[in-house]
Design a protein. Structure first.
Length: 244
């Protein structure tokens, strides 16, 4: 029987750092590293604030996604960037062994430990997306990505969306936008390992238009999300009749 829920926050694209062993590959890639291809601007700031405010365990990486993408499954065509795809098979396997597997394993092992202790794990993966893609402006401010076939994730997305809009009605909060919640990613991979009764995974995507310029809504957005998260966690916590 599960007891109280346990929150984890992850941020797979929290920075654009290049470890010393691979800096030679990125000698002329400063502009690329600073772009959305290099990292998710604002995602780590929000992840830290959510974890601190809601008492969640934080897992994050500051290494650029251009090295190896921690939010992609092994074999996915975007696991490696155009830069690292040119490495030998041994070179790519070395990246997986040193950069990819330790991050994934730490999260998976922590979830297993919490489930074994009787907890239901609620996981929020903090990400951000570019304001425009292929000439199309993305109007949504926050996207909540989840699996519609998992009742617990639907309930959590409902509660989180309602709480964000109550705290900040000026925001456009959409579900499974700008990406599908079932697309390849960390939460999708974890769903294959853990049953919906003990694992809820939701990817929170923030429009970088609030981050990349001095947007007055950015502090308000973060405050609204943090406040909403606390409210949503309370609202979906199982109740036990008789105080049991």
């Amino acid at each position: 029987m599960t007891t109280a829920s346990h929150l984890i926050i992850t941020c797979e694209h929290g920075g654009n750092l290049v470890p010393p062993a691979w800096r030679g590959l990125f000698a002329r890639a400063d502009r690329l590293l600073m772009s959305h291809q290099g990292f998710d601007a604002g995602a780590l700031t929000l992840a830290r604030e959510m974890a601190e405010a809601a008492g969640g365990r934080l897992f994050f990486s500051k290494t650029t996604r251009l090295l190896v993408d921690l939010n992609r499954s092994i074999g996915h065509p975007q696991l490696f960037s155009a830069i690292t795809r040119k490495l030998s098979t041994a070179g790519r396997q070395n990246l997986i062994a040193l950069q990819y597997r330790p991050y994934r394993a730490a999260i998976e092992n922590h979830i297993r430990e919490q489930i074994a202790a009787g907890h239901r794990v609620i996981h929020i993966a903090s990400h951000s997306f570019s304001p425009e893609l292929k000439g199309r402006v993305r109007e949504v401010d926050i996207g909540l990505l989840y699996d519609p076939a998992r009742a617990g994730e639907v309930q959590f997305a409902d509660a989180l969306q309602a709480a964000i809009l109550q705290a900040a009605p000026f925001l456009q909060v959409r579900r499974n936008t700008p990406y599908k919640g079932t697309s390849d990613g960390l939460t999708a991979a974890l769903r294959k390992q853990f049953d919906g009764a003990v694992y809820l995974g939701l990817e929170l995507e923030v429009n970088q238009k609030h981050v990349l310029v001095k947007n007055r809504h950015w502090p308000r957005l973060r405050h609204a999300v943090v406040h909403a998260l606390r409210q949503a966690l309370i609202s979906i916590e199982p109740t036990h009749p008789g105080g049991e």
